[in-house]
Design a protein around this ligand. Structure first.
Ligand code: MSP
Length: 528
């Protein structure tokens, strides 16, 4: 098969200073659903994720745990961050760690290039630093501490005291890029999305950019600055480069050309790094800027960003252990309009699981497969001449598939799922109206029963393909029960952009029993 159009998507690389919570899981799942969609549509897809292992936050956490930073990172990556990908069924193509030689060499080559071309220079800096953000803060970004931090200035995001640092450092001459960045946002309105994020970035850059301190000499946990061994590269400058060091910078030009530029999915907390600093770095190096930076919202607890430092983090496995990974994926992408904040609640999750997954999709699939088994000996019948209602279902499937693909293109997975869900609702309504269980009692209605079961089976075929990026486990089970593998091949090979074309599952296909896709969850488990 010829390679389709390229689609590279990334998640932020996460600090493995601590274990992941569902906020991190949310980004992973969103990126994975978008990647699976594009992959299944035949695009030349690459999903990159990983861990950000240098910097003060990592060093301090490791030290507090009586370990070296590398050992600490190794332990957390093995025990928590790689398992997160299993827990959430993430089909990533690569996992980069910033301590890997491929990355460290790329960082050194990049900063050397900027130094050689005059974009990095030595200078002095004094300012308030937040280790939680790994960032110098403006006074306007600080607030008065309360409780044990009374009398101190604290970071508005982390609520921990900032530190006054004064350093002789190397600076990236970011101030030179103010106009070029503004021109970029103007020429490519899609570069930063959603609109609220774009507006924030534009008004920030309009104030003018300062140069950026990109080295540290007070500790040594980082990539050494190649021309000055007393300094290590600032953790954010190092981390952002993962997006290109993982795909061929510096040395594998062919891979870099194939995979770059990428779409970056980030939480809105780290928007400026990606939409301001990162494109400026790339411009300075003479490389293409990203294809898009998309900032999604925060998962909130009690109106505040869920975070480990505020002890509000919920472990992803506490959800998947009860509801399964498909439900996690579905819930967060369906319930929260992508780009906006969302409040997580167990009640809402349980209600949607029951109504939409178990009673909606799961029940539809099990009813249809069971009726084909009972009334037609487990063989998909021929559709015959379609009635108006049958034609109505075909039209719903056709338009839902088109609308879903358009929604994915505009980074609106919640709308894509809503479009596909119309098929679930319409098919359930169709069965209620057609009453195949009643038709089965009247031998003269045999042809009509055939048509209804064939229409429903074909609708399920389309649903299995369209929902597989969101619900990979359930759709794989459904594909097997439909017996679709024999005539159509692997589910993963079904071209997603033709999923809405009718009459793909042939008459005569042998179905197999279907175990419940979304089993009942006992009330005691929910209230435990
Ligand atoms: N290491 C940096 C990113 C470097 S990228 C070159 C970092 N890491 S982090 O571990 O703090 O993860 C931040 C990301 O986790 C956010 O951008 C977001 O994707 C995700 N989230 C963390 N908390 C979240 C919520 N409460 N809600 C949604 N996403 C959240 O910053």
């Amino acid at each position: 098969m010829p390679a389709g159009r390229p689609f590279t998507i990334t998640t932020p690389i996460f600090y493995p200073s601590d274990v992941p919570h569902i906020g991190h899981g949310y980004t992973e799942v969103a990126a994975d659903v978008l990647a699976r969609w594009h992959r299944q549509a035949g695009d030349d897809t690459w999903l990159l994720t990983g861990t950000d292992e240098h910097g003060q936050k990592m060093l301090r956490t490791a030290t507090a745990n009586d370990m070296g930073p590398r050992e600490w990172a190794d332990r957390l990556v093995q025990q928590a961050w790689l398992p997160l990908l299993e827990t959430l069924d993430i089909a990533n193509d690569d996992f980069i760690r910033t301590t890997q030689p491929r990355h460290e060499q790329g960082v050194a080559a990049f900063v050397q290039r900027l130094y050689d071309t005059g974009f990095i220079e030595a200078g002095d800096y004094e300012g308030y630093y937040c280790v939680g953000c790994e960032e110098y803060k403006q006074t306007a970004e600080l607030v008065a501490g309360t409780g044990k931090y009374e009398g101190q200035l604290v970071c508005a995001i982390h609520s921990i005291p900032v530190e006054l640092l004064s350093e002789r450092n190397y600076f990236f001459r970011m101030s030179q890029f103010t106009d070029r960045l503004l021109a970029l946002y103007e020429e490519r309105p899609d570069f930063v999305q959603p609109e609220s994020a774009r507006n924030e970035v534009v008004s920030f850059v309009k104030q003018g950019l300062a140069d950026l301190s990109i080295s540290r000499s007070s500790f040594d946990w980082g990539v050494q600055v190649p021309w000055d061994e007393r300094h290590v590269v600032y953790v954010w400058f190092d981390a952002l480069l993962n997006y290109i060091t993982a795909i061929g910078f510096d040395g594998d030009e062919a891979t870099l050309n194939r995979r770059w530029p990428a779409v970056h999915l980030v939480g809105k907390d780290i928007l400026r790094f990606h939409a301001v600093i990162w494109p400026a770095m790339l411009m300075a190096a003479g490389l293409e800027v990203p294809r898009q930076v998309f900032a999604h919202g925060w998962l909130l607890v009690g109106g505040e960003k869920m975070s480990k430092s505020k002890l509000t983090g919920i472990a992803p496995a506490s959800i998947t252990d009860v509801f399964g990974s498909d439900a996690f994926r579905y819930y967060f992408l369906r319930a929260i309009p992508f780009g906006q904040d969302g409040s997580f609640s167990w009640e809402d999750l349980a209600a949607r699981y029951q109504a939409e997954l178990a009673n909606g999709f799961g029940n539809l699939a099990s009813r249809v497969i069971a009726m084909i088994g009972r009334y037609r000996g487990g063989v998909v019948p021929a559709a015959g001449d379609p009635s108006e209602r049958d034609l109505g279902i075909r039209e719903v499937v056709r338009t839902a598939a088109i609308e879903a693909d358009l929604a994915i293109e505009r980074m609106a997975p919640h709308e894509a799922i809503a479009s596909i869900w119309r098929i679930v609702e319409e098919l359930n309504g169709y069965l209620t109206l057609e009453e195949p269980w009643a038709l089965a009692k009247r031998p003269e209605e045999a042809a009509r029963l055939d048509a209804v079961l064939a229409t429903a089976a074909e609708g399920l075929r389309a649903l299995a393909v369209l929902l597989s990026p969101v619900l990979p486990k359930a759709c794989a089970k459904l594909w097997t029960a439909l017996g679709a593998g024999g005539a159509l091949g692997l589910l993963a090979d079904q071209p997603l952009r033709s999923a809405g074309d009718w009459a793909q599952l042939p008459a005569g296909t042998a179905t197999a029993p279907l175990e419940p896709l979304f089993p009942r969850i006992e009330q005691e488990v929910l209230s435990a």
